[in-house]
Design a protein around this ligand. Structure first.
Ligand code: CO
Length: 141
């Protein structure tokens, strides 16, 4: 069901500061910024080897990650796994009584469909399952 690590997501309080750190100081090349308006988020992917970091910053005070930021001031937020069929994966987890954060898969960044496994079911780690539409981020040789 799970085929690889799609990304590791890191919540940052401020995307400009994060750009400075990841780009100028760590030497990463950041991708383009994407705004997910309904969820109140700005997302920037950072390619690293076969996977990516996903930097997530709030664009308003009541964003999806604002509570997390207030409590923890940023940090590793979730790990995302590749699945080839999100509907099947979602259903199979429901059947196995794994707690998910939504009844159905939702839309994620870059035109993906995603489901999240609740940390209560996974020993404290928020896990995202991602089905990529079309081109995968992984370059296959
Ligand atoms: Co993610």
């Amino acid at each position: 069901m799970i085929q690889g690590i799609n990304h590791i997501a890191i919540v940052v309080p401020n995307m400009e500061d994060a750009r400075c750190f990841y780009e100028s100081q760590l030497g990463f090349q950041l991708g383009e910024s994407e705004i997910l308006r309904e969820r109140g988020l700005e997302i920037v992917f950072v390619p690293i080897g076969d996977t990516r970091l996903e930097l997530i910053a709030p664009i308003r005070d009541d964003s999806e990650i604002s509570t997390y930021l207030k409590k923890r001031g940023g940090g590793i937020h979730h790990i995302a796994f590749d699945v080839d069929n999100i509907d099947q994966a979602h259903e199979s987890l429901v059947q196995s009584e794994v707690r998910l954060t939504s009844k159905e898969p939702q839309s994620g960044a870059h035109n993906t469909r995603v489901s999240f496994i609740h940390p209560k079911s996974s020993g404290g780690v928020l896990m995202e399952l991602v089905e990529e539409k079309g081109e995968s981020h992984v370059t296959k040789n």
